[in-house]
Ligand binder design. Structure first.
Ligand code: AP5
Length: 219
């Protein structure tokens, strides 16, 4: 199964991607995580990426194409994958279509802006695994420490109100047009498109996704 997760920053794409990936054994491809790993390598490319991400700007399509192309070629993607954060521009969506990559399901997570701010400013992550926590909604067992490895959690550099403002602007300008694109693909019966109420708690969303995958398996 090939799945795309759409949604503004903080709508819960990464959180639900982890759930789907473990439960349904589908590799989770987060372009945000891939780009942050590139930053950690301190390469020239990493420096360019770091500057754009901290300003809340999108990275160029060409860089994303290189990353995605080499990732989905890997053996574990043979039976499908879960794209979290890609595509994010019409050009990226058309790239997938032109490569004849047949997407089965698009999940669009919807959450109002005031809740997004709360989620973004409280988020903490474990950098090497990408595990996601929240100081209030999903706190680690021990403050500031990853539950599994005992390593420290960090705050993302772009998780502040100013970067979020620019991330939301980019989202509206460049990613929102994808919604129309995928609704049209649904009408053409090329895939299934669902809007998910991301304000529900994580468990409720897990259950909703289970039902939805069950329905898709039957059909
Ligand atoms: P990326 O890492 O993809 O960030 P994003 O899209 O901004 O999304 P987030 O990771 O912020 O949010 P999320 O929806 O995954 O929410 P999460 O589950 O963590 O991209 C970062 C940057 O990289 C971009 O700005 C861009 O510069 C660049 N980039 C990436 N892909 C690109 C592309 N294709 N093209 C160009 N540039 C690209 O949840 C958020 C918080 O809420 C967490 O603390 C979580 O615990 C909590 N939470 C989650 N669900 C719930 C719930 N149901 N109830 C309560 N709390 C919840």
């Amino acid at each position: 199964m090939k799945i795309i997760l759409l949604g503004a920053p903080g709508t819960g794409k990464g959180t639900q991607a982890k759930y789907i990936s473990v439960k349904y054994h589908i590799p989770h491809i987060s372009t945000g995580d891939m780009l942050r790993k590139e930053i950690d390598k301190k390469t020239n490319l990493g420096k360019i990426i770091k500057s754009s991400i901290s300003k809340g700007k999108l990275i160029s399509d060409d860089i994303l194409f290189l990353l995605i192309k080499s990732r989905i070629k890997k053996k574990d993607c043979k039976n499908g994958f879960l794209l979290d954060g890609f595509p994010r521009t019409l050009c990226q969506a058309i790239y997938l279509k032109n490569k004849n990559i047949k997407i089965n399901i698009v999940l669009n997570f919807i959450v109002p802006k005031n809740i997004l701010i709360q989620r973004i400013v409280g988020r903490m992550i474990h950098i090497s695994s990408g595990r996601i926590y929240h100081t209030q909604f999903n706190p680690p067992k021990k403050k500031g420490i990853d539950d599994v490895t005992g390593e420290p959690l960090i705050r993302r550099k772009d998780d502040n109100v100013i970067s979020l403002k620019y991330r939301l602007l980019e989202y509206r300008k460049k990613t929102v047009p994808l919604i129309k694109f995928y609704i049209k693909e649904k009408k053409l019966k090329n895939l299934n498109y669902y809007e998910i109420d991301g304000c529900k708690n994580s468990k409720e969303i897990n259950n909703l996704l289970d039902k939805l995958f069950f329905e898709n398996k039957k059909n």
